[in-house]
Design a protein around this ligand. Structure first.
Ligand code: NAD
Length: 508
């Protein structure tokens, strides 16, 4: 195992600081990371700051050959990495966690500039969660997977134990909404289980992943254990999926791409985990606690509504509809929208394409007879004139069959509709092709639990949102996903269980 350089903190700091100091430096160019080397890509492209609408850095547009090189490095490194002890791997991951934690606030600046979210949010959510992912998996893996049983037979006893072998080279493909948070949720379990990896972060948000690669190298990860190719999904991502030496694909992103990856991976019988889109319902019963309106609104608008778990359809029991709408719109208007470097709650939509998509759905809502109670495009000054801002948008008057009520919009847009009975609302909430998460709001425990019981979703929150113990299974039903992530589920996914049976009576 390589010993970490005692000056690595300073080196890590200077990598981050150089990026922070060059907000408009289009000459700064990121690289791929292959075999512990930062390697220039044959092709590159601009990465745009969504708050200004201007390119701020150049990033690789990784080619198939570059992916092949990264996979070759990972394949070679696997020969020795798989034989390291879990204690060694865990210790290295904890060092990564410590290093990222030390520069939490600086990395948050980069996450915000690249993604569009407020710096304040990245500081308290994205980067701390990345640290927690590394730490929790590093520690849990030490104790989680071992099991053994004694088998008693007339001829003597056998001991059966389960060895969890790493799968091999893991391809990790992540989206742009929670860049470091979600990539680390794959990296930590994959590595601690003994796999080597090739990461393909979203081409919209690759900067903090590139910073993270420095952390791996600096703390002493052996060459080839962690590799990254930055680039477009259709080229770099697709090659990773099609590569015969990549044995496992962990994907988080849209349902459309996830289903394609599932099809392509099936040809090589790869292990696949898919975390995909959602159209999450929230159900508000008449007796809900009024102070929960703050959390209900937050569940729709946090991170510009760009969280797969955000509520986008709110079903409100008819007797309280008018009061609820008044309070909810009041709450929605309280969200400050603007330059993500300032003290705002809502920053910019991640890209122009995404901005246009969300705007299009607001237009469709109008054309389908919906009423926009608040929100829409927001003009921001002071350098953000060309940025992509949308204020919390509340729509009423749409039928459940509307495209706006069934398609994933993935922005700060929520449709509110009345319901009468529990039976009715459960059927309507379950009526889309998605099944990622749901929220239920009621003062009546039976009502909460009966509703939670009937909802087809991977996670149901009752009188809360986004609170999740990391060891619990996480994932989607129906078109929202295949498989589960979480402490135990991820460790199982990133390993192949092998049962070994030893005859204790054998004498040779
Ligand atoms: P996306 O599917 O467009 O891209 C996700 C990743 O896949 C990116 O890295 C992209 O480059 C890559 N990719 C694209 N085409 C590919 C291909 N042919 N082969 C291999 N890789 C390819 O998704 P997005 O727009 O980046 O992210 C938003 C989506 O992610 C939303 O649908 C959201 O619901 C979903 N999401 C789901 C979860 C979850 O846990 N279920 C979490 C976050 C985001």
């Amino acid at each position: 195992m390589t010993t970490a350089n005692s000056n690595y903190r300073d080196e890590f700091k200077s990598v981050i600081q150089k990026l922070i100091d060059s907000p408009d430096n289009q000459h700064e160019q990121l690289t791929n990371f292959i075999g512990n080397e930062f390697v220039a890509s044959e092709k590159c492209m601009d990465s745009v700051n969504p708050a200004t609408g201007k390119p701020w850095i150049k990033i690789p547009n990784g080619t198939a050959v570059e992916v092949d090189n990264a996979v070759a490095a990972a394949k070679e490194a696997f020969k020795t990495w798989k034989n390291t002890t879990v204690q060694q791997r865990s210790a290295l991951l904890n060092k990564v966690a410590n290093l990222v934690e030390e520069f939490n606030d600086e990395i948050a600046i980069l996450e915000s500039r690249d993604q569009g979210k407020p710096i304040g949010l990245a500081k308290v959510m994205d980067i701390p969660r990345c640290v927690q992912n590394f730490r929790d998996f590093a520690n849990a893996a030490l104790y989680s997977l071992s099991t053994s049983k004694i088998l008693e037979q007339p001829t003597g006893k056998c001991v059966n134990y389960v060895k969890h072998d790493p799968v091999g080279v893991a391809g990790l493909i992540s989206p742009w909404n929670l860049p470091l948070y979600l990539l680390s949720f794959k990296l930590a379990p994959a590595l601690v289980a003994g796999n080597t990896v090739v990461c393909k972060p979203s081409e919209m948000t690759s900067v903090t992943a590139w910073v993270l690669m420095h952390a791996f190298k600096l703390v002493g990860f052996p060459a080839g254990v962690v590799n990254m190719v930055i680039g477009e999904g259709r080229s770099a991502g697709q090659r990773l999926v099609d590569h015969p030496d990549v044995h496992l694909i962990s994907f988080t992103g849209s349902t459309l791409i996830g289903k394609k990856i599932q099809e392509d991976s099936a040809k090589l019988n790869k292990k696949v985990s898919l975390e995909m889109g959602g159209k999450n319902p929230g159900i508000v019963y008449s007796n809900y606690r009024k102070s929960d309106i703050v959390t209900i609104a937050r569940s729709s608008f946090l991170n510009q509504g760009e969280i797969c778990l955000c509520t986008s359809r709110l079903f409100v029991q008819r007797p309280i509809l008018e009061d609820f709408l008044t309070s909810y719109v009041e709450e929605a208007k309280k969200f400050t929208v603007g330059d993500p470097t300032s003290q705002v709650q809502i920053g910019a939509m991640n890209s122009k394409v995404h901005f246009e998509k969300v705007k299009k759905y607001i237009e469709i809502a109008k054309s389908e007879g919906g009423t926009i109670l608040c929100g829409g495009v927001k003009e921001i000054s002071n350098g953000c004139e060309d940025g992509y801002f949308i204020a919390p948008t509340v729509i009423v008057g749409l039928p459940d069959s509307s495209q706006v009520m069934t398609d994933e919009i993935f922005g700060p847009v929520v449709c509110i509709t009345p319901f009468d009975t529990a039976e009715e609302v459960i059927e309507r909430a379950n009526s889309t092709s998605y099944g990622l998460s749901a929220t239920v709001w009621s003062a009546n425990t039976d009502e909460l639990l009966n509703t939670a019981n009937e909802l087809r979703a991977g996670t149901v929150w009752c009188n809360t949102w986004l609170a999740r113990e990391l060891s619990m299974p996480f994932g989607g039903c129906k078109q929202s996903g295949t498989g589960r992530e979480g402490l135990h589920d991820s460790l199982h996914f990133y390993s192949d269980a092998k049962t070994v049976c030893v005859n204790l009576a054998s004498k040779y």
